[in-house]
Ligand binder design. Structure first.
Ligand SMILES: C=C(O[C@@H]1C=C(C(=O)O)C=C[C@H]1O)C(=O)O
Length: 87
């Protein structure tokens, strides 16, 4: 069995990957801004955000409730929209 320190090291590595993925996600969201401006699409699209969370819940509902996934994703949506508006 791994020691607490060894497991924490694996958790730290996963956290690093999670943040890198969130950064990549934010870059993709940011790349939409030009298309949105050209097509007159709103920066914030709440129904799309609901759809993202609902799809994740369909696939991962065994581990996370809908409310938990919403709580995890709301700050990510907020940060992505802020970056779209400020970059
Ligand atoms: C990425 C988009 O822009 C915004 C950010 C979203 C996201 O971070 O997933 C979803 C909807 C919009 O509020 C989009 O419209 O698809």
């Amino acid at each position: 069995m791994d020691s607490i320190e060894a497991v924490r090291k694996k958790i730290d590595q996963l956290d690093e990957q999670i943040v890198q993925l969130i950064e990549q996600r934010a870059e993709l969201v940011n790349s939409l801004i030009k298309l949105k401006q050209e097509q007159g699409v709103a920066v914030r699209v709440p129904e799309r955000e609901r759809e993202v969370v609902a799809q994740l819940h369909q696939r991962h509902g065994d581990h996370f409730t809908l409310e938990e996934l919403q709580s995890i994703y709301q700050p990510i949506f907020d940060a992505c929209v802020r970056i779209q508006l400020t970059d």
